[in-house]
Design a binder for this molecule. Structure first.
Ligand SMILES: Nc1ncnc2c1ncn2[C@@H]1O[C@H](COP(=O)(O)OP(=O)(O)O)[C@@H](O)[C@H]1O
Ligand SMILES: [Mg+2]
Length: 562
């Protein structure tokens, strides 16, 4: 493979050395990028050049400030600050402890004495370049389905033209550097199937998608892996969250195994073993969305959710020393989880009418966005709020499920969040996306929302209506939501049900802002939100739903078995 010469950053305080290294490096087929300055500006200029020119390798003089000062390790400090550049440290002093320090503490890739023959430096340079798979070595990357590496960048991230075309390939080669080849097939947008399952792709899959996920077949390995490419910060966050919360918090059999990660200036890649691979042949390894839709029996659907929230899995984060008091209001906390999306939309939402009609419901409903802006301060009545480690993006495509176990994936947003956040996000997804309720079935969605809002206390079971029980899909949805509510009460042990309703309201509104207005899911989402507003408005009223609203025929209270 012949490509552009490899850029090598050269950092030395003496101009004659800089010139000498530049000449050598060029002779050896590299492209020198020289930081032409000295004194205090040198490290800053070096950092800037490394980033601007995306230099994968640097030659860094150990003493950048004071040539005679044995204590000057300014070169090493620079090495530590170079995030994606492998540095070869050069010094005039032969000093073994310093070599060790450079490599172990400061992350240098190698070390060469100034007195050594140029051949030694050349050998090290080549070795470091080989280690990064920069010299045509490393695996052959086969992009399936017409995605070439270069075109891939554009196709994968059309909205981010600044990303250099070769970064995806460099990351993959580095991740699988010991293998002769790796074959990548992009996982398609929707994890559900065709037809009914396509009616509403997840918010993540369509509108928020800023990553691309591939199944990787690797030469000589039976097990497939999954590779996610995304902006550096996203991959870095996911890797860090995985280490802190997933590896430390979830049993090995209930989490995907992380096999590697690589970061460059613009993009990063993270690889996991495919979840549920052993089950694929039996058709069992599948995202929760699909599992839900393929399974008629609600108790079966709930089993992996119970497993997920058990103490062996995520439920462990709901007890013990990690539970903290939540500072600020609940709405502020949810808002913060979504990067202040709610506050940012307030000006827009304030301009909405206060009464709102949603065909075919014949009554005016509170406009949930307007209601929220005007009433959000009322959540200050909630006391004893807590925060816990939440998955942070728990929708049906971020959870794999079979009849016994659930495996979460996608940990980019994992971390502290409001106590009920994961329950709220899952219920939002189940009620407005995963459950297959058609546009004309909005009156049933209304009944589901009314039923969800009725109980006064976390442990009070939700009551179904006759219409819900008569409709298999609505009934299934009801039973799953009911079970999730009981799980929330049992695991999170909260005592004011309004905490749950406020959380749901925030999430419905957040999701509403990501959806196409008037789309079927938008209408369901806004309807749930409106009904919750009304319920919070009349929390102490004895009559529910309000007399002016379409009435429902309540069925006897019943719980899901199991
Ligand atoms: N370890 C894995 N095993 C099997 N499939 C996976 C794995 N990780 C991701 N996927 C598939 O790729 C999709 C997207 O991955 P995800 O990590 O959720 O990325 P994103 O940040 O784009 O949502 C998932 O919904 C799932 O279908
Ligand atoms: Mg995801």
């Amino acid at each position: 493979m012949t490509s552009a010469p490899i850029r090598v950053l050269i950092v030395d305080n003496l101009p004659e050395f800089r010139a000498q290294y530049a000449a050598l490096v060029r002779d050896w087929g590299y492209e020198p990028v020289v930081a032409e300055t000295d004194g205090a500006e040198l490290p800053d200029l070096a950092l800037r050049l490394a980033a601007e020119q995306r230099c994968p390798i640097a030659l860094v003089d150990l003493r950048l400030v004071e040539d005679q000062d044995q204590g000057d390790i300014s070169g090493l400090e620079l090495v530590r600050r170079l995030p994606y550049t492998a540095a070869i440290v050069i010094t005039g002093y032969d000093n073994t402890p310093m070599v060790r320090l450079a490599i172990q503490e400061y992350g240098a890739a190698s070390f060469v004495g100034k007195g050594e023959a140029p051949e030694v430096l050349r050998r090290e340079l080549n070795r470091v370049a080989d280690r990064l798979c920069l010299r045509g070595n490393g695996p052959e990357v086969q992009w399936q389905g017409g995605l070439s590496s270069m075109a891939g960048r554009g196709e994968m991230f059309p909205d981010q033209p600044g990303i250099p075309a070769d970064e995806p390939e460099a990351l993959i080669r580095f991740l699988f550097k010991d293998k002769p080849w790796v074959r990548l097939t992009m996982i398609t947008e929707s994890n559900g199937e065709t037809g009914a399952e396509q009616i509403s792709p997840s918010v993540n899959a369509s509108l928020r998608r800023k990553s691309r996920v591939f199944v990787a077949e690797i030469a000589g390995e039976r097990a497939l892996q999954v590779v996610k490419l995304a902006r550096t910060e996203k991959i870095e966050r996911e890797r860090e969250n995985y280490r802190r919360y997933v590896e430390a918090g979830i049993e090995a059999l209930r989490r995907p195994e992380l096999t590697g990660a690589a970061l460059l200036w613009d993009m990063g890649a993270i690889a996991y073993r495919l979840v549920g691979f052993e089950h694929l042949a039996e058709g069992k390894g599948q995202v929760f969305t699909r599992f839900y839709r393929r399974t008629a029996d609600a108790a079966t659907i709930v089993a992996p959710l119970r497993d997920f929230f058990s103490y062996a899995a995520w439920g462990d984060w709901y007890r013990g020393p990690h539970v903290q008091a939540l500072r600020g209001t609940l709405v502020e906390a949810y808002d913060q989880s979504w990067d202040q999306a709610l506050s940012r939309l307030e000006p827009l939402w304030r301009a909405q009418p206060s009464d709102w009609r949603l065909d075919p419901l014949a009554v005016p409903l509170p406009h949930p966005q307007r209601w929220f802006v005007e009433q959000r301060r009322r959540c200050e009545q909630l006391r004893w709020l807590r925060q816990v480690i939440t998955h942070g993006d728990l929708h049906g495509d971020n959870l794999f499920a079979d009849r016994h176990t659930a495996w979460p994936i996608d940990f980019e947003r994992t971390g502290y969040g409001p106590l009920l956040r994961d329950f709220v996000e899952l219920v939002q997804d189940v009620t407005t996306r995963i459950a297959v309720l058609r546009a004309e079935e909005l009156p049933l969605v209304y009944e589901l929302a009314v039923a969800l809002c009725e109980p006064q206390a976390p442990h009070e079971p939700m009551r179904a209506t006759r219409a819900i029980l008569a409709h298999p899909e609505a009934r299934k949805c009801f039973l799953v939501v009911q079970a999730l509510q009981e799980l929330a009460a049992a695991r999170a042990a909260y005592d004011d049900r309004r905490e749950y309703l406020w959380g749901l309201l925030c999430n419905h509104l957040f999701v509403s802002s990501k959806l196409e207005p008037e789309s079927a899911r938008w209408r369901r989402t806004m309807l749930f939100a409106a009904v919750i507003c009304q319920r919070l408005d009349q929390w102490d009223a004895v009559v529910w739903p309000p007399p002016a609203w379409p009435q429902v025929e309540w069925a006897a209270r019943q719980r899901l078995e199991g």
